[in-house]
Design a protein around this ligand. Structure first.
Ligand code: 13P
Ligand code: SF4
Length: 312
């Protein structure tokens, strides 16, 4: 490709998205310049709701593969494009369907709950899906006498277990990016900014969550930041969210707990890749139909429950 300036790339993206009736959905951890051209930026729950409801013919998903897969599972009639094929989620890859089938056989009658950060094959084995925005409420809605298998995030699982008191089998998966955040990181920033409020993502270690004032999804963090009267906010999650927080709240100060909390996969997508996705129709994400039909059920149940919870 001949060298194009950022403005030229953006102009081309704007022409193509209109011509192709495409929508650009972007996760809160994406690069700032990618967030800036998005039709919508949000957390996993918000993005899957948008994907389910959009009237666009093409969804360009700037995020990681399980998010694009979820969009396809909900809207197979649309073309779902992931601009960089290698942008996967290591935590999603920590659980596979064969292993899960074994755990299910060892726990007959258990309700199987997957975090949305999971492969389509794993979702196809599950009863209910959750995101970090709704996990506690959705698990609370399961009858109290039921054992729960929670896959793949042991940290989110442990947090939900603590909040709900449910009997849960926790799959030993984790997010390598959030695991880099330690209690010392938080304590250091708290000492530096004693009046700050601390927001923590529930993919973090239990010892880190312990130090939180607020435990929130990335979308929840954006809402909380707007609503709080506090001017200094310590943020324990992936660094990419700082861009949006600062942009939407110019008068407030956001302190990332660790500059090492960077998800390399979330940083792979550049504006050039979004343009190539639109120009070349790549990389198209699909899911085998028999898997898609099974994987759709837990996601749809989650969306139905979430909508009910939002109304109440
Ligand atoms: P949320 O944006 O849904 O809080 O999830 C964070 C995440 O790790 C996405 O991969
Ligand atoms: Fe996966 Fe963690 Fe990256 Fe999210 S931040 S995509 S959970 S590795």
């Amino acid at each position: 490709m001949a060298y194009l300036s950022e403005k030229e790339i953006i102009d081309k993206i704007n022409i193509l998205r209109k011509k192709l009736n495409a929508v650009i959905l972007t996760h809160n951890y994406q690069l700032g310049e990618v967030q800036d051209i998005a039709d919508f930026t949000g957390d996993s729950l918000e993005l899957s709701m948008k994907a389910a409801n959009t009237v666009a013919d093409i969804i360009v998903f700037c995020g990681v593969k399980f998010m694009a897969e979820t969009a396809y599972i909900l809207s197979p009639e649309k073309k779902i494009l992931l601009p960089v094929m290698e942008s996967g989620c290591p935590m999603a890859d920590m659980a596979d369907a064969d292993e899960l089938r074994k755990v299910k056989a060892e726990n007959p009658g258990a309700v199987v709950v997957c975090y949305v950060n999971s492969t389509a094959e794993v979702k196809a084995e599950c009863d209910l899906c959750v995101t970090s925005a709704n996990a506690v409420q959705i698990v609370s809605s399961i009858p109290a006498d039921k054992k729960i298998i929670f896959v793949p995030d042991k940290n989110l699982g442990a947090y939900v277990q603590k909040k709900t008191g449910r009997n849960m089998f926790l799959w030993p998966g984790f997010c390598p990016t959030h695991m880099r955040i330690t209690p010392e990181h938080i304590l250091r920033k708290k000492a530096e900014y004693p009046n700050a409020v601390v927001m923590v993502h529930p993919e973090s270690r239990p010892e880190v969550i312990e130090l939180a004032d607020e435990v929130l999804s990335t979308g929840g963090m954006c809402k909380f930041a707007k609503g709080t009267s506090k001017n200094t906010i310590i943020v324990a999650t992936e660094m990419g969210i700082i861009y949006r927080l600062q942009k939407e709240n110019p008068g407030k100060l956001f302190i990332p707990v660790s500059e090492q909390a960077i998800c390399p996969n979330m940083k792979l997508t550049r504006l050039e890749d979004v343009l190539s996705a639109l120009e070349k129709g790549r990389y198209e994400i699909t899911v085998q139909e028999n898997i898609r039909v099974l994987a759709k059920k837990p996601i749809e149940r989650m969306l139905e429950l979430s909508e009910k919870l939002m109304k109440n």
